[in-house]
Design a binder for this molecule. Structure first.
Ligand code: G3I
Length: 368
């Protein structure tokens, strides 16, 4: 299929006409839903051009930041649902599959969550109570409306062991099972996801497989594994994605690609990661495409995206959603990470809101 798509892409006129008549969500209608992560400007209607792209092209949305703990529950007795309410309303207005991200994470969780009034770390019981209240309140508010929740985010280290977060230190390993159970109690109809990056890679994958097996054996209501999909042009080897989807599918869970993007910018020696704690020094040599992306790299990006979608299509039935982590290149978190102030080209729409060759090839990939 890829060879055919490649040929078609070079017939520029034909491709543009095909893309103009189509939309991602229509091209993939028979396969899986196609999502985009929305930032605040898109949720609140300040980015009308971005909203028009989302409405025309996508049938699922994820909140890039507004449902993270520090945003939605900044203080012990204060929840802020102003942005999340608009987010869910946007999805409903457009009949989209609305995703919630994320309930339990080691990042973007205020320090007070783990401490008592005197600043001392909480005990297990007290932290579980806080976790349950948070999940009941947030999931309960959008019961039946947010269809899928990222319940636990990034709980694993690269070697497949459990990350030493305060959740683990205070509650122990059972915090994961508890979070899923609380979410299920709050909304028994919602899909519940374990979401992480690099869990296609063999060693970390083994840890994820063991974790999910254990959760399933204990009757924990997990329905989905979220492979984030923060990729570069050459890493990871996509055979790992193929094998990873197979491995998770054998455990009786669905797979969603939850945060797909492809970074074309150089990273020096940084391994592929989505660890937001990384912050490298600025260096013009590491920001090479300020004035535009060379055709050859544009083509490489298109082929990379086509190859990713080819694998997702192969696993249609197991893969039930592919979500892009942003709308246009201007929105991508890669403009600020792992180095601030760079010009990134990670998504399917350019800074002018126009579909890129990668978009055309992703559409062509369905062969329809
Ligand atoms: O909104 C404030 C703004 O008021 C302030 O002036 C500015 C100054 O730094 O910060 C703004 O907040 C930033 C926010 O993004 C919105 O742009 C935060 O500092 C920044 O930390 C935050 O980064 C987000 C990051 O998660 C951390 O929460 C990225 O947008 C978001 O794309 C990224 O998403 C994560 C997923 O949740 C989990 N998987 C990895 C993925 C990529 O890192």
């Amino acid at each position: 299929m890829r060879t055919v798509a490649l040929v078609v892409v070079f017939l520029a006129g034909v491709t543009t006409a095909a893309a103009a008549q189509s939309a991602l969500k229509d091209a993939y209608k028979a396969d899986f839903v196609i999502g985009a992560a929305l930032n605040e400007a898109q949720i609140t209607g300040q980015d009308a051009r971005g909203d028009a792209i989302v409405e025309a092209q996508f049938n699922s949305i994820s909140p890039e930041n507004c449902l993270k703990w520090e945003r939605v529950h900044p203080q012990p007795h204060r929840y802020d649902f102003s942005i999340p309410d608009q987010y869910v309303a946007f999805g409903e207005k457009n009949r989209m599959f609305v995703v919630g991200h994320t309930l339990v994470w080691h990042n973007q969780t205020p320090d007070w969550v783990f401490r008592d009034g005197k600043g001392k770390l909480l005990g297990r019981k007290a932290l579980l109570k806080r976790l349950r209240n948070h999940i009941y309140t947030v999931v309960g508010r959008y019961k039946g409306r947010i269809k899928s929740w990222d319940v636990v985010n990034e709980a694993l280290n690269e070697d497949g062991s459990l990350r030493q977060s305060l959740w683990l230190k205070i509650i122990g390993e059972s915090y994961i099972a508890k979070a899923f159970r609380y979410a299920h109690e709050a909304d028994p109809t919602a899909e519940l996801t374990y979401n992480d990056y690099n869990i296609e890679n063999e060693v970390k994958r083994a840890g994820a497989v063991a974790l999910i097996k254990k959760l399933k054996a204990e009757g924990v209501p997990i329905t989905t594994v979220g492979i984030q999909g923060h990729y570069t042009l050459d890493s990871p080897d996509l055979k790992l994605l193929d094998e990873g989807i197979d491995a998770y599918s054998k455990l009786g869970v669905k797979v969603a690609i939850t945060e797909l993007d492809v970074d074309v910018l150089p990273r020096k020696n940084l391994p592929v990661t989505a660890d937001i704690a990384v912050n490298l020094a600025q260096d013009p040599a590491l920001n090479p495409y300020v004035n535009g992306l060379p055709d050859a790299v544009q083509q490489q990006l298109a082929e990379r995206y086509a190859a990713i979608f080819e694998i997702c299509l192969k696993h249609r039935g197991t893969v039930d959603r592919v979500t892009l982590w942003g709308v246009t290149d201007a929105d991508s978190w890669h403009n600020g990470w792992p180095i601030r102030g760079r010009t990134a080209y990670s998504l399917l729409f350019n800074r002018a809101g126009k579909p890129k060759p990668a978009y055309d090839m992703v559409i062509q990939e369905t062969g329809r």
